[in-house]
Design a protein around this ligand. Structure first.
Ligand SMILES: [Zn+2]
Length: 531
């Protein structure tokens, strides 16, 4: 007889070690799994707590390999424009808020997507002026790479001729040379610097964060990799999370990734089940987004013949990447278009060339990687490179990505099965607040390649559909691999932390179209029930 903290039994427990690997019971002690096996064998354990699953399905805890938690929390305090479907509705939604907001105070909207509007054009300052000329108004596109401001906001930003020159095309001008109110990429920082941060009060911040963690555990999330984006004032401060942790209020694991150089304090999770916060990667940018037509392409956009997107300066990237890598940091590089991927691979080769390659180091991460051509795929196979992909992007992008990229090139977009079959390791995320962090939705998107209304009927480029096992691994096992935590997290095996979720249906046996309806019944982190 052996005493343990918890015994989980009578479950259909998918360990995810390999496809189809099933056990009936887990014995957990001090946060770790010390036994995974049959019901009969589990009888040798005496547990303080016994959880009877009644045949329910269990998989490893899920996660998100790339999101912006601070931004999502900020958005919760702002005007949500995600469900808006026309220019008129956009105006109405913001006007409703303007009516209850003191004149002169900022109104900030987030998550708009003009591709959903019949007008299919970006709003401009004159659209927003219809809402109010007495409130400064700014709205940010769902992809984060475009911002629109009304006339008062532009006036308050006191933008000079010099700024317009400095941002070189990123501040849009009309034929008469007047600002249209559309700001792209780095130029959006003009407003981030003057619009007050809704989370500046510590109490408000903590309250919203705790609400968000509740939401996350209810979706089966046990770990997130959150990224700062200082260009948009999305700060990530490890101390905020460590404070919550020390107060016993933090239910999930958080890896904090920064876009400025930092000193990794080396605090790890290996031996302490109570530590759930640590540092992760150093983030760099190379291009924009496909939705905003700023992702960098080798050939121009098929629906905008002079536009190749925007790309960061080669030497700037080389230097920044080398600096971070030589300091021992793990670089994570945002790259969406094929020209950005190319530059990214060049820069990684350059850093390895200068510093040498050590197999013990964590791999280079490429974030998004939406358009990878065959030559680049070959290069990736030779390099220590992993990809942080967002399957749920497909549900939004499948409506317009064919026209952006044209029929030939679009074959290389979101080709996850091909990448996987070529041995490229990928982890799943949402880039939230770009999309929902619900991992079940991401799994649904990766398996069906349809939106949540079942469009298109056979899936978009169905030859690239992933199996349920592959898709679940994206959101569990592979996330652990990104940060070298595969020995302690990601699967339900002896010696690993007992992070797992109980589901109401078995994802491996239901119709793929119903994956999206799976509900999480319970979530455990290090053997402790958090939902
Ligand atoms: Zn991001």
């Amino acid at each position: 007889m052996e005493y343990v903290d918890t015994l989980i039994r009578k479950g259909k427990i998918y360990t995810l070690k390999e496809e189809g690997d099933l056990v009936e019971a887990l014995a957990i002690d001090k946060g770790k799994i010390i036994f995974a096996g049959s019901k009969d064998e589990s009888q040798k354990y005496i547990a303080s707590e016994i959880v009877d699953l009644g045949g329910k399905t269990v998989i490893s805890g899920m996660g998100d390999s790339h999101l912006h938690l601070y931004a999502y929390c900020q958005n919760k305090a702002l005007i949500n424009l995600e469900s808006v479907k026309s220019m008129d509705a956009l105006i109405q939604t913001i006007r409703a808020r303007a009516l209850e907001t003191e004149k002169g105070r900022w109104l900030k909207g987030v998550g708009f997507d003009q591709n959903k509007y019949p007008e299919s054009r970006l709003p401009n300052r004159w659209d927003l002026d219809k809402i109010s000329r007495e409130h400064p108004i700014v709205i940010r596109r769902c992809c984060l790479h475009v911002m629109v401001a009304n006339s008062l906001a532009i006036e308050m930003a006191s933008i000079t001729e010099e700024d317009i020159k400095k941002f070189d095309g990123l501040i849009e001008l009309d034929d008469r040379g007047e600002m249209t109110g559309i700001f792209r990429e780095a130029a959006t920082s003009i407003f981030d610097d003057i619009v007050p941060d809704p989370l500046s009060e510590a109490e408000v911040k903590q309250k919203i964060m705790l609400e968000v963690f509740d939401e996350m555990v209810s979706k089966g999330i046990t770990i997130i990799h959150t990224y700062s984006a200082n260009i948009w004032n999305y700060f990530e401060d490890i101390d905020t999370y460590r404070l919550l942790e020390s107060e016993g209020k933090l239910p999930i694991r958080i890896i904090v990734n920064l876009d400025e150089l930092f000193e990794n304090d080396g605090i790890n999770w290996d031996d302490n089940p109570y530590i759930k916060v640590k540092y992760g990667s150093y983030k760099l940018f190379t291009d924009g987004s496909l939705g905003a037509r700023t992702a960098a392409l080798m050939e121009p956009y098929s629906d905008d013949k002079d536009n190749y997107g925007i790309l960061v300066d080669r030497h700037k990237l080389y230097n920044e990447l080398l600096e971070a890598y030589s300091r021992g940091l793990q670089p994570a590089i945002h790259a969406i278009g094929d020209r950005a991927i190319q530059l990214c691979l060049d820069a990684i080769e350059y850093a390895i060339d200068k510093c040498g390659y050590d197999i013990k180091r964590k791999p280079f991460r490429i974030i998004n990687a939406q358009l990878v051509n065959q030559k680049q795929l070959k290069r990736m196979k030779e390099l220590p490179v992993v990809l942080d992909i967002q399957p749920i992007f497909l549900c939004t992008d499948l409506y317009w990505v064919d026209s952006r990229l044209g029929s030939k090139r679009v074959d290389w977009a979101y080709m996850w099965k091909t990448l996987m079959e070529n041995g490229i390791i990928m982890a799943g995320g949402s880039d939230c607040p770009v999309e929902s962090f619900d991992p079940i939705k991401g799994i649904h998107a990766a398996v069906t390649r349809k939106d949540f209304n079942g469009f298109p009927k056979d899936g978009w480029h169905p030859e690239e559909k992933l199996s349920v096992y592959q898709a679940i691994c994206l959101f569990s096992k592979n996330i652990a691999y990104m940060t070298g935590d595969e020995d302690i997290l990601g699967t339900l095996e002896e010696g690993k932390y007992a992070d797992f979720v109980v589901l109401d249906k078995d994802p491996f046996t239901i119709e793929p179209d119903n994956l999206k309806d799976i509900k999480v019944l319970a979530t455990y982190v290090a053997g402790k029930k958090v939902y």
